[in-house]
Write a protein that binds this ligand. Structure first.
Ligand SMILES: [Zn+2]
Length: 309
């Protein structure tokens, strides 16, 4: 009965067709839609990540697919509002729930899906299904048990490149960093790089169990390319990535320094966490939701790194 009432209440406010996304022009042939700050919630309708697209002379290449089926539909509409070119390909920067639950709409529109094969473990281990069950609770009715988890049509073994309609695309494998399967997508003729979650703008990144040592090395590798414009997985497009996106790097370094010291001093995690000065980051979006998990993941990582020394 309570479940039924909850469904009814949700149905009253749920109108998937009402989701509308505003395309933002990045360069001559590149657009993106910008998710809201913070973590995915019912309040922001699961719209907390970015997706971008490149209009070639022979079809559209999309980077990432947003975090709900309704957002996937809205993304297709947003693309259609600026071009009549067919949607040919989607490249996923990584298989996290906030970046791929909208895939089905893009696939139905005719796209083939590319991602790195390290994401197969996410499906094979059952993690993808467990995550969907959690998401269906947290983001219902935007995500429910009927949400389709679309797998890639082509699993990449490493880097890849291709040409479409006069534009060259370079897909570079960056994992394991934020996730095992991270890739970035560069479109050199447009001076644009899509960094996925290797770099975040304006919010605390989700670190969890990520390998922050490798992640920091990847950030350096990415910034060394000196892209003119960078579209990140979260936050606004940057025309000065080294400056605008210093936060991700600073934050990862701070986690490693403070938690690394705690491990060396044999301080228990709870004590170390309480004693750490978080004031530099505490006012940023997603801090409350992510910081403790990030610190704990880093604490365990620093223990493992210490044992390997
Ligand atoms: Zn993300």
């Amino acid at each position: 009965m309570i479940r039924w009432l909850a469904l009814l209440a949700a149905a009253c406010v749920f109108d998937a067709a009402a989701v509308e996304l505003q395309p933002i022009k990045v360069s001559e042939r590149v657009y993106y839609v910008q998710g809201k700050p913070g973590v995915a919630s019912g309040e922001n309708e699961g719209f907390n990540s970015n997706a971008g697209w490149v209009i070639t002379g022979d079809g559209v290449v999309v980077i990432d697919a947003l975090g709900t089926p309704a957002l996937g539909d809205a993304l297709v509409k947003a693309i259609r509002s600026v071009t009549t070119q067919p949607i040919r390909r989607v490249i996923l920067t990584h298989y996290h729930a906030d970046h791929f639950y909208g895939l089905k709409a893009l696939k139905d529109a005719g796209a083939d899906v590319w991602a790195h094969r390290a994401a197969l473990e996410y499906f094979d281990s059952g993690e993808a299904q467990r995550r969907l069950e959690q998401r269906a609770r947290d983001l219902f009715p935007w995500v429910d048990d009927k949400t389709v988890l679309v797998r890639a049509d082509r699993w990449l073994d490493g880097d890849a490149s291709f040409e479409m309609g006069g534009l060259r695309f370079e897909v570079t494998y960056m994992g394991p960093a934020h996730s095992p399967e991270d890739v970035i997508v560069s479109v050199p003729q447009e001076g644009v790089v899509f960094s996925g979650d290797i770099l975040f703008a304006g919010r605390i990144p989700f670190v969890g169990e990520a390998d922050s040592k490798r992640w920091l090395a990847r950030i350096d590798q990415l910034l060394a390319q000196s892209p003119r414009l960078m579209v990140t997985g979260h936050g606004r497009v940057s025309s000065d990535p080294a400056k605008d996106l210093a936060l991700t790097r600073d934050y990862l370094q701070y986690l490693r320094t403070t938690m690394g010291k705690a491990v060396e001093d044999l301080s228990p995690f709870d004590e170390a966490y309480a004693a750490t000065d978080w004031s530099r980051f505490a006012k940023l979006p997603a801090f409350d939701a992510a910081n403790r998990i990030n610190a704990y993941g880093t604490y365990l990582l620093m223990e493992r790194e210490l044992l390997k020394r």
